[in-house]
Design a protein around this ligand. Structure first.
Ligand code: MG
Length: 207
């Protein structure tokens, strides 16, 4: 039996990984558009890029990006994300990656393989890797998310959730982090509160 650890539930796309920055050149290629013509400020589902009007819409672009351009393997980490996750792991935070990358049939192998390769290539520590749509179904003491729907759903269910800023979620209230340095400060603060509450609970079965 091990002592229960503080679990930090971490979203990948738009939070740890620069999803929109990585998708933009691929979308330009796929649409036959100049990259500069695709605005950097986007909203959820990318109507600004005209993806919804192209044959197959977003799903077709997504398939092309992952299967033909190894999107999940090639995304750049958000600045500071790997370093902060390593620092938090050293503080005994259990990193639980929770991502909704399996939403298109028949390419799960590719998506999972690229995800694991990416996490290891960037030396991101984690003990749990959850491919889930319903993020609240995976327990965590604190979540970080960029998707407005996910943030609102998690918070409505009473789960403390940090919103990681991007142009899709500026309308949401805090707690909010614009950078991974801010994420680190928020997590350390929550960890201290959690330890004060749970520090003496000792051994818990099965954790
Ligand atoms: Mg996300």
């Amino acid at each position: 039996m091990a002592k229960r650890k503080f679990v930090f539930g971490v979203d990948l796309d738009g939070t740890c990984a620069d999803f929109y920055g990585g998708l933009r050149p691929i979308a330009a290629e796929w649409l036959g558009a100049l990259m500069d013509s695709l605005p950097e400020h986007v909203s959820w589902t990318l109507p600004e890029w005209g993806v919804d009007k192209a044959p197959g819409g977003y799903e077709a672009l997504h398939k092309f990006a992952v299967t033909q351009r190894s999107l999940f393997r090639n995304l750049k980490p958000m600045p500071g994300a790997p370093q902060v996750l390593r620092a938090l792991s050293k503080l005994d935070v259990r990193i639980r990656i929770i991502t909704h990358r399996l939403f298109i049939k028949y390419f799960h192998l590719t998506a999972v393989q690229q995800t694991v390769e990416w996490l290891e290539t960037h030396d991101i520590p984690y003990w749990d890797l959850c491919f889930m749509s319903d993020k609240a179904a995976v327990g965590a003491d604190l979540y970080i998310e960029d998707s407005p729907d996910n943030v609102e759903r998690l918070r409505a269910d009473g789960h403390p959730t940090i919103v990681f800023s991007n142009t899709t979620n500026l309308h949401l209230t805090g707690p909010r982090a614009d950078t991974w340095a801010e994420v680190e400060a928020l997590v350390v603060r929550e960890l201290a509160k959690w330890q004060a509450l749970h520090g003496d609970e000792g051994e818990l079965p099965g954790r």
